[in-house]
Design a protein around this ligand. Sequence first.
Ligand code: MMA
Ligand code: CA
Length: 251
Amino acid sequence: MNGQKKRQLKTYLILAVLSALLARVFCSDADSHPTTDVCSTNTILPGPKGEKGERGNPGEIGKLGKEGPMGMKGEKGDPADVGDQGMIGKIGPIGTKGEKGCKGLSGPAGGKGKAVIAGIRETDEKYYYIVKEERSYRDALTHCRIRGGTLAMPRDEASNSLIADYISKSGLFRVFIGVNDVEKEGQFMYTDNTPLQNYSSWKESEPNDASGHEDCVEMLSSGAWNDVECHLTIYFVCEFMKKKKTDLQRA
Ligand code: MMA
Ligand code: CA
């Protein structure tokens, strides 16, 4: 509202107030005559109320409302089905070598050696033993030698009788003794290369070199000798020299 309109409105208000005052002065008295008769044309009153206006048009569609607050967190879902079995894994690396095991318990004591020795016999100077294993002359001699002895070499009746008794008492029939003519046919010697001297015990008709190859000698249980083939395998008798004693040890 600009200043000009303000002034116009002010002027109208002043005029209205003056009109009201003048009406009161000229149109009212103590006799109480109705004022309308005198001053009706000058009275300023509001007109009757107008009719109700027509219904207004519907308003426009309202704006989209504000976004609401975030909803509450939902419940946890059901667990999923079990998955398929996976493939078998690769073979792992070879493990480290284990510690060495404890020492085993001792085994049972070994039994006596094979009973191949038919007892033992001795004189003042020698030991004799018969080996009850069938061997050729050569192998028999080796057996005795590697044990520090030799095949028995009876050089007199005493030793020959002792061996003969040993054979028979052992229930045996024949054994190799250390006599042969391998070096020269017909010339028998002891296996230590000493010749037969003033003793022998040939059986009657022996040595006969029956096959033409009888170069070794056996003693029968009677004490008689017989020449036989050296590759024959029979039992044999070894002899071992006793360790010589001093006079002091013998005493
Ligand atoms: C066997 C053999 C020979 C021995 C004769 C005696 C047949 O041969 O032992 O060495 O001389 O018997 O009859
Ligand atoms: Ca013979």
